[in-house]
Design a protein around this ligand. Structure first.
Ligand code: ATP
Length: 366
């Protein structure tokens, strides 16, 4: 059980600011992702939550208690790193028992707890085996067992699946998520992989150069990116970005692009000057009536869908994701439409999305 409140958290290393001023709340029982490119401050944030790094300023409040200056040993968190380190000379049971032995727990109790954890992880059969001969997946499970057995308030995980190949990584991500759903312990998980964050996270913080770009559910972040950085970082292929200049008064829900009217969610603020239209590839469709035309430059067939690259007006390039059975060929020219409820407009000078309304009138960007 742990609710974690991060308030104005900042970390400087000499003159370098690794984490600028982070504020967010991790709810009790949540699977929470810290996501961003290498060097953005994810690990530093996690290490401050763990108590392995002291904040320069700001607060970390765990279940109502400020712990920012408390050592790691007083926080009751379990840390799981990439390349799980197991004790090679001990067998599986001894590895999992280790934290309880160090606490001086009685043997019978240790045996019972290790048995329970082995049951949760499905590794009862290998408890007496040496860890040296185990497969990668079983090693991961043993390391998780060692973290779980302490029954900590919270799990802190730093790229735990980073060293695995793609297929196995996806499998272990699913296992970790279902393990979390059974145990319901608050989990804070660092990753640079946007797919992993979307697959596992209840909520995600997206960081860039020590700054929080956006904080929300996977759906909020993917569908309504708050900044140009998030628009490009999330999604594969990423959001299409088309630059234009215009004056769009507050309340507007249409603009013209190359003679074609494009709809979007009603703007709640005025937009003036350099703007960018963002549309995800799956929200582009073929519209024979449209004056916004694109010449197909390549078609990448993916089985269930196809990624179609198009050259459009002003030398811009777009990618569209169509169903695999949509007939389309290289070099043909087609009219294009955008799903108007999924268009996001950005102010290019600030890099931020313009505030607009959902269909039900709720602001998409605050
Ligand atoms: P990665 O996935 O590559 O570890 P990250 O987002 O986790 O990236 P951090 O490890 O938090 O990034 O590092 C953020 C920045 O702070 C980096 O530029 C890093 O070089 C710097 N940094 C981290 N620890 C220290 C330190 N002890 N002394 C000086 N600079 C540091």
């Amino acid at each position: 059980m742990a609710e974690i409140n991060i308030h104005n958290l900042r970390k400087e290393f000499g003159n370098f600011v690794a984490v600028e001023s982070s504020t967010f709340t991790i709810a009790d029982g949540e699977f929470f992702m810290l996501l961003g490119p290498s060097g953005c401050g994810k690990t530093t944030t996690l290490r401050m939550i763990a108590g392995l790094e002291l904040p320069t300023s700001g607060e970390i409040i765990i279940d109502g208690e400020e712990v920012g200056q408390k050592p790691a040993s007083q926080r009751d968190f379990a840390f799981v790193f990439q390349m799980f380190a197991l004790y090679p000379h001990l067998n599986v049971r001894q590895n999992i028992s280790y934290p309880l032995v160090s606490q001086g727990m009685r043997r019978a109790e240790i045996r019972q707890k290790v048995g329970e954890v082995a049951g949760i992880l499905g590794i009862e059969e290998i408890l007496e085996r040496p860890v040296s001969g185990l497969s990668g997946g079983d090693r991961q499970r043993v390391a998780l067992g060692r973290a779980i057995v302490r029954n900590p308030k919270c799990f802190l995980m730093d790229e735990p699946l980073g060293a695995l190949d793609a297929e196995f990584r996806e499998h272990m991500a699913g296992e970790l998520r279902s393990l979390h759903d059974r145990m319901n312990a608050t989990t804070v998980y660092v990753t640079h992989d946007q797919r992993e964050a979307m697959q596992m996270g209840d909520r995600i913080v997206v960081m860039n150069y020590g700054v929080i770009e956006q904080f929300g559910t996977p759906r909020e972040i993917y569908d309504f990116p708050a900044t140009l950085f998030v628009a490009e970082f999330m999604g594969s292929p990423p959001m299409n970005l088309i630059q234009f200049e215009d004056h769009l008064p507050a309340g507007t829900s249409h603009m013209t692009l190359n003679g074609q009217s494009i709809g979007f969610r009603r703007l709640q603020e005025e937009a003036l000057g350099k703007l960018t239209l963002g549309i995800r590839p799956e929200h582009v469709f073929i519209d024979d009536q449209s004056n916004y035309r694109g010449k197909v430059t390549s078609v990448e067939y993916l089985g269930t869908t196809q990624i179609v690259s198009l050259e459009v007006a002003n030398g811009d390039h777009l990618k569209a994701r169509f169903a695999a059975d949509v007939p389309i060929r290289e070099d043909e020219t087609v009219g294009l439409g955008f799903r108007d409820d999924m268009v996001t407009l950005f102010d290019r000078s600030s890099g931020r999305a313009l505030r607009s309304a959902h269909k039900d009138g709720v602001a998409a960007h605050g």
